[in-house]
Design a protein around this ligand. Structure first.
Ligand SMILES: Nc1ncnc2c1ncn2[C@@H]1O[C@H](COP(=O)(O)OP(=O)(O)OP(=O)(O)O)[C@@H](O)[C@H]1O
Length: 563
């Protein structure tokens, strides 16, 4: 049986216009602007397959991907792609009015470009009618930002932040008639503090940071703290339900690490990010809050790593003078030192309907798991919104010796590790993937690490465990008293938590390794405490992004001939 095609929206305007000295049937409805060559001898364009949807001689641009339209002032009709062409006098004279539409064109590797088409009309009234009709459709797209607050870190990455913004991003914003207030930061935490206390946030539709992951972290700390403060929520209380931030955040990648941008847009290209901001994309994102004894420490959106990743960061901070090479050097050094750490992890597993870390399915644009109603909920302190499984309080406890304890709130994919630390982790399902790498040989650990860079399953090792969780706690062995362990055991048993299991490592009972100290790497910052409580806050922030698009978005949503 043939699938029924959705009915196309009603036609708003249709005319014969000219483009590159050829006649085109141009149509507009609320979903698409299209132009189709009138001549019978239609040639299939051999140009790249991306960009406006193309059938033979036909082009389709979704209205939501039109950036702007303006009347074009020309002495002579141009080709519409900036080249001057010899055109027959009669046609040139009869098509002297034109308008130019700028729109998003997809290129390779999830990159977007700003493309243009100039269409010529026989009279000015028709030309203005087209400009007005397209503008009217654009004005209905209320999700688009009109005013943005921009923070530029001039020292991020290769120190090109200012130049990237001025040359690549500001022209796109200006074309889309977005007004901006730009602040070039003068010190670390300038943006965070300004957002927290000074910025008049009511004036803006979004905040943009030009920099790397460190700069993004500043922005979320400023914005989340401000939102909680304005709502009277005490972020020092680990059990508080936090209030989601209303302003969206745009990331213009200009750092040495642009992982968040890469994971939410699919590339670290400034123009692509600027275009996602212009079209008003919205990608919700989970945020972990981290506390130590009811004192707020930090928020995290990507990786929390104790042991291996904490040690790599600690060591690399001492080698800042080396530049980006320090990460590789510290990585090798930490790997060779092969330290392991003893401690206790307790965690609250997520419901099964949000999938598992071993799923083959990855979080992509329009992800079904992130859209589940259960994903949108938060674990509130009174547990009113908590599911049955969680109400039973199925906390699990694991005790042992670990080379690494990692919690990934997103896949953490980046150019170096295209699948990421947890390939099936979701951006906005209210969970984190807790990865425990138990003490194993150097060779086995190397095998595990190498799997981050190839297609093999990095969790398919007997010394690796992975759990999808909503909350977790960690206490290093050296901070644990025997009474802590007993109390935890009694608590878990007393409340009927049947799934409790403890795995006390009895090898080397009194060896010095149990006293080894590591630190938590929290999105590239070292936490001052090893004993932490972590809680995932579902969809606490929103980005000007849409997640990584599947190739299928390039396929036509309606039968082309139906439009
Ligand atoms: N004007 C400034 N002077 C010094 N530091 C700043 C300034 N503005 C922001 N910072 C800090 O610089 C740090 C790094 O910035 P950013 O993330 O933009 O670049 P990066 O090169 O990716 O950083 P990283 O070294 O963390 O990889 C951030 O933690 C931020 O707090």
């Amino acid at each position: 049986m043939q699938e029924k095609q959705p009915k196309p929206p009603p036609l708003l305007l249709s005319s014969q216009l000219s483009l590159q000295n050829r006649g085109y049937e141009v149509t507009l409805n609320s979903a698409f602007l299209s132009w189709k060559e009138v001549e019978t001898r239609q040639k299939r364009t051999a140009a790249n397959i991306y960009g406006p949807l193309k059938a033979a001689g036909s082009h389709y641009v979704p209205v939501c991907e039109i950036i702007s339209v303006q009347e074009t002032e020309e002495d002579c009709p141009s080709t519409g792609i900036g080249k001057w062409q010899k055109v027959p006098q009669s046609l040139a004279e009869s098509n002297q009015y034109a308008f130019t539409v700028s729109y998003v064109e997809r290129t390779q590797k999830h990159r977007w470009r700003c493309s243009e088409v100039t269409l010529h009309c026989t009279d000015r009234t028709l030309c203005l009618q087209w400009v007005q009709a397209i503008r009217e459709q654009l004005s209905l797209l209320t999700i688009r930002p009109k005013r943005l607050l921009v923070y530029i870190n001039p020292y991020g990455g290769k120190h090109h932040g200012k130049r990237i913004y001025e040359q690549k991003v500001a022209p796109v914003f200006s074309r889309a008639s977005i007004s901006t207030d730009v602040i070039v930061t003068e010190r670390a935490n300038h943006a965070r503090d300004h957002l927290k206390t000074e910025a008049d946030l009511k004036k803006y539709d979004g905040v943009v940071c030009v920099g790397g992951d460190g700069m993004f972290s500043e922005i979320i700390h400023g914005l989340i703290s401000r939102t909680q403060c304005d709502s009277g929520v005490d972020q020092n209380r680990a059990d508080e339900t936090l209030i989601p931030c209303s302003l969206r955040i745009g990331i213009i990648p200009a750092g040495s690490t642009d992982c968040i941008c890469y994971a939410t847009v699919g590339s670290n290209d400034p123009v692509t990010s600027a275009l996602h901001i212009v079209v008003g994309d919205s990608q919700p994102m989970d945020v972990c809050s981290i506390h130590h004894n009811n004192t707020f420490l930090r928020y995290s959106v990507s990786l929390l790593g104790y042991g291996f990743y904490g040690d790599v960061l600690t060591d690399s901070e001492r080698k800042r003078w080396m530049g980006p090479a320090r990460y590789d050097i510290s990585g090798v050094k930490t790997f060779l030192s092969h330290r392991y750490y003893e401690g206790t992890i307790s965690f609250l597993p997520a419901d099964e309907n949000v999938g598992t870390p071993r799923d083959k399915l990855q979080c992509r644009s329009g992800c079904n798991i992130c859209r589940l109603p259960s994903a949108g909920k938060q674990v509130s302190k009174d547990e009113e919104s908590v599911s049955d499984t969680e109400k039973k309080g199925a906390w699990q406890v694991i005790r042992g010796k670990f080379l690494a304890i990692n919690a990934a709130c997103m896949s953490c994919a980046c150019p170096r590790s295209p699948k990421g630390l947890s390939p099936a982790a979701h951006l906005a399902d209210g969970t984190a993937d807790l990865i425990l790498v138990r003490k194993c040989s150097r060779f086995d650990f190397l095998r595990h690490l190498l799997r981050h860079t190839n297609k093999d399953d990095q969790f398919d090792h007997p010394f690796v465990e992975v759990y999808r969780v909503r909350q977790f706690r960690f206490t290093p062995r050296y901070e644990e008293t025997d009474s802590d362990s007993e109390l935890e055991l009694r608590e878990a048993e007393g409340s009927g938590r049947k799934r409790f299991f403890s795995q006390i490592c009895r090898e080397h009972p009194a060896c010095s390794c149990s006293l080894a100290h590591s630190s938590w790497n929290c999105d590239g910052e070292i936490l001052p405490h090893a004993a932490i409580q972590v809680r995932v806050h579902c969809q606490l922030i929103k980005l000007f992004a849409r997640g990584i698009e599947e190739q299928s978005v390039f396929e036509e949503p309606y039968t082309l001939s139906a439009i």
